[in-house]
Design a binder for this molecule. Sequence first.
Ligand SMILES: [Zn+2]
Length: 421
Amino acid sequence: MAVKKESRYFDAKENMGLTKKQGYYNQSLAKMVRLGYQKSSRVKKIFDERNVKPTEIKFLKDLEKLPVISREELVKLEKEEYPFGGFCAKDMKTDRIFTSPGPVYEPHLTEKDPIWGRGYYAAGFRKEDVVLNAFSYHMVAAGLTFHSGLRRVGATVIPSGASSTENQVQLIRDLGATAYTGTPSFLMAIIKKAEEMGYDFKNNFKIRRASFVAEPLQPSLREKFEKEYGIDTYQMYGATEVGDIAYECSQKNGWHICEEVIAEIVDPTTGKQVGPGELGEVVVTRLNHIFFLFRFGTGDLSRYIKERCPCGRTSYRLAGISGRVGEATKVRGMFIAPSQLKLVSSRFGELKLQVLVDRVDFKDYLTIRIEAGVEDQARLEREFENVFKEICTVKMDKLEFIQKGTLSDKDSLIVDRRTWK
Ligand SMILES: [Zn+2]
């Protein structure tokens, strides 16, 4: 009997040619706009107030005609019109309704939606796996939607939720769990508890794979999981209001944007899409026919990676999350976030640095102060500017060397000295 070769992808959408994919996106968007305008009182109101006709939203760029809706705004709109702010059809049928702080009420999407399935598939989760799902199942979307994703790839789920670490260790041991999904810090707490209980986590247990979400994965922690505990780790990214947005593949270099969402990168002050490679807010529209929330502003900063990934998926990738909108500073129209500066610093062996932003002759002027001994200065003068430009996408004006020990951890990474009088 011929053995069916396992697909490298969750479905054929993932490696669809770019032109075809563009067509798929445009069609799905037009359909959601048409339905939304017809069924959702809120969407109709938003369009009519702006004098936008549903037929005018055909391409990704057209979304700029609509407002970005932040979480705070969504809370406000839902309060005006319970339970879903008018974003759903009056006769909408859904099997359950989730809540999240605010409160925000979210209808569950249909079972057909592959929510989180792509991320788990790319992380190698399969039907042979027994997965500990350490996300809460109580009221919030997390537990049950991750559960759905795991079921979509055929895995067996242990709905361990928010049980104690001791309980989780017991489940891993007794049920022979092979994989974990939850936050990275909670997995580390479980490992520590197991060690406290006298187990050798790597050799006594079978956990070989983990998919993390809802918390950043520090590179040092990732290395620890992979090298010390033999756990292959992956990251996924999403928001409770829109579900999964992006996920890592085996290349572990950027997050592939899911085919169910349109993820724009926009200037948070104007809502306009930024240029290629620029940092901006991740704004998401989930293509569906239940909850017509267009342009949800996540408040997270990222940028696109448009180069084709060696894994063969054709989607653009997000280059991780560079921080929250409020933390970043705009210099010559580009955002600089503390996390980008930390990345620059790590390229030079945790170099201590600080960015000063001034206004000289009506232009932004960028000075980077770095702590360096005389022996390193020549090398840094050669290499620093390029690395800074590569990561921050802004050109610096001046490099200033300062004595070692000048900067403390309490000093801000970015000091904005501009006055606008
Ligand atoms: Zn890839």
